[in-house]
Write a protein that binds this ligand. Sequence first.
Ligand code: ZN
Ligand code: MN
Length: 269
Amino acid sequence: MSFESEFAAELAWPEYYRRVKNGDVPILIPFGSMEQHGHHMPMNVDVLLPTEFARRVAQEVGGLVAPPFTYGYKSHQKSGGGNFFPGTTSLDGASLISSLKDVIKEFARHGNRKLCIVNGHFENSWFISEAIDLALRELKWGGITEIKIVVLSYWDFVDQEAIAKLYPNGFLGWDIEHGGVLETSLMLRLYPDLVSLQDAVEHPPASFPPYDVYPPHEDWTPSCGTLSSPKEASAEKGDILLDVCTRGIVGALEHEFGAKVRTKLAQFA
Ligand code: ZN
Ligand code: MN
């Protein structure tokens, strides 16, 4: 137990309650998945990355990080390789919506009024939106209307300047970044012991026809599971990504929540 932790669940309840009861402290909820990420990375990449962004942002804005969601919506072939890979372990949309809706209402019950969902897995996006919509509707029925929820995916804060540095040979789009330069660079910077670049499989970027088919043609996905090669990933690129995304998310939360950047001292005074 630590009084200085940014992680809400590491606090004893009186300290947690002291911080959140007025609704001023933003609470950040990382949302990930258990999903294959090729031969060179573990299956919790989509959990580790948004959790670390949430932690860094929480430090800047005086927020708290909720326990992450470690399962997400089913992997889609064109953005995550597909849900047929062994290891990839997913929720039905209804389960995701129901779980997140419950958690939002619980945090609202404690007094939290500024929430941020930090998404790390593209396929979660619309289910997160639906959970928020249903939670806000039910909270409104219960008389709670002054709540605001920001939802974001960290990669959306990568700007053109960063893209030019990250992809000098041209950028192919976030959808086929699965297990590629973006995630691998961040993992190399943050969790190098969990990456074995020598096991990465080099392959041309995945290309798909302009339709989906169910059950999927598994051979549309490169057999290693990544959708673009991670060979150009580096810890230095990870630094560029950490900087641009953290700054962008902090700016968004300050804009939406009016949160003043707090020093450690003020936060615990
Ligand atoms: Zn991922
Ligand atoms: Mn994913």
